[in-house]
Design a protein around this ligand. Structure first.
Ligand SMILES: [Zn+2]
Length: 411
């Protein structure tokens, strides 16, 4: 099969244009789902897709689908999707690049008149970040049966703690119908292009990440219990300081977990300290530990380390609780190899990689065959304004997705 290539100038124009919707004024964007800025981005998407004659539909969670027909009216759709919302003070690539690339694939197919059998769809997932209305991956969670829709509709804005997602959805004018949802009868498979959000591709000097899986993870809460006393009148040897005990447990965990597989990643990102007053010795601390690895055996070893923590430290009782866990999600092997072959045949450097971050694609992969394409993140940055991927790298990513779509179509 001959390689097709996407248009660098058109990619650059889209990247620049979408970066204006929610421009925070210092190189990045704040574009919460269904905000005015997000609606502007949806209008831009609509305008450009109408210009190539794509048909636009919207489902009940405001997910948008724009489709160009194939030669076989009975063939299922091949869909490419990502999100257009961002975190607060996020960058110009996370999510939106997947949508821009999906648009670019459709534009290239139409412009070059590339024959294809299946209808091909570019799609926007609503509220992937969950920055304003938690949780993350809200709409794919609803469509793929992971989250209860009514519960999601009641999600409250983290800013005013009052406005619900349901109200934002109604106000946006983008609430469509249930019949338009992504479903296995009408859709053959899904591809999601995304920035890597880490430093691995750049360090390996590769332009494409052939994503094989989303890492399994566990999340535990660890608690230490002390005694609140006066910070000035209690000699050190009488204290039961829950924060000091937590610090020791955290150090213990780092020492033990660092003995496990070097690809294991783990984080304590949240800590609650009671009463959190500078004149009072803390009597209670609760902190998170999030650990991720592809191999469930390594995750089991992490659980062993947690199970074997000291039950008492610095005269404070220690206990823990599993908050939640998810297994590694493997992407469709055939699609993964199509991505690899598309990059190889186009002469674009690539390597297999896993995703440490969650994506809509991980939910969709339970419903229809799914995979992802990664492009490098400069210095590994993401969820921040310095996020950057060169136009060359972005266009290479779109070209790999285009050729992957054509391989799926020809199969
Ligand atoms: Zn994203």
């Amino acid at each position: 099969m001959s390689n097709k290539f996407c248009d660098l100038k058109r990619m650059e124009d889209k990247i620049k244009t979408f970066a204006t919707y929610g421009d925070a004024g210092h190189g990045g964007i704040t574009r919460y789902s269904l905000s005015q800025e997000a609606i502007q981005a949806r209008e831009e998407f609509t305008k450009r897709m109408e210009a190539i004659g794509a048909e636009i539909t919207v489902d009940d969670m405001a997910n948008m689908y724009t489709t160009i027909p194939g030669s076989d009216p009975n063939a299922k759709r091949i869909v490419m999707a990502s999100h257009i919302d961002s975190v607060k003070n996020g960058g110009n690539y996370d999510g939106i690049l997947g949508v821009i690339s999906a648009m670019e694939v459709l534009e290239t197919i139409v412009e070059q008149n590339i024959p294809h059998k299946h209808p091909i769809t570019a799609m926007i997932w609503t509220n992937e970040e969950g920055s304003l209305y938690p949780p993350a991956m809200m709409s794919s969670g609803v469509i793929c049966g992971k989250f209860n829709k009514d519960t999601m509709l009641r999600s409250k804005s983290v800013l005013d703690r009052e406005t619900t997602f349901e109200e934002a959805l109604a106000r946006s004018g983008y609430a469509g119908t249930v019949e338009n949802r992504l479903n296995p009868n009408d859709y053959k498979c899904m591809l999601e292009l995304h920035i890597e959000q880490g430093p691995i591709l750049e360090a390996a000097n590769k332009d494409i990440g052939v994503v094989t899986c989303v890492l399994g993870m566990i999340n535990y809460r660890i608690r230490t219990y002390g005694q609140a006393d006066h910070a000035g009148t209690t000699p050190m040897k009488y204290r039961q300081d829950a924060l000091y005990a937590s610090a020791q447990i955290l150090t213990y965990l780092h020492n033990e977990l660092d003995k496990l597989d070097p690809e294991l990643v783990y984080t304590t990102g949240e800590i609650k300290c009671h009463p959190c007053v500078h004149t009072v010795i803390p009597d209670f601390v609760d902190f998170s530990i999030d650990a991720r690895h592809e191999d469930p055996k390594v995750i089991e070893q992490v659980v062993d380390v947690i199970n074997n923590m000291p039950k008492e430290v610095a005269k404070c009782k220690v206990d823990y609780e599993k908050a939640w866990a998810r297994d590694t999600v493997y992407f469709d092997k055939e699609l993964v190899e199509f991505v690899k072959a598309s990059a190889d045949e186009a002469g674009i450097s690539n390597k297999y990689i896993n995703s440490g971050a969650g994506h809509d694609a991980q939910f969709v992969s339970d419903m229809i065959p799914t995979t992802m394409v990664f492009v490098p993140s400069k210095d590994g940055h993401s969820h921040c304004e310095p996020e950057f991927t060169s136009v060359d790298q972005c266009t290479n990513g779109a070209s790999v997705m285009l050729n992957t779509v054509l391989k799926i179509d020809a199969k």
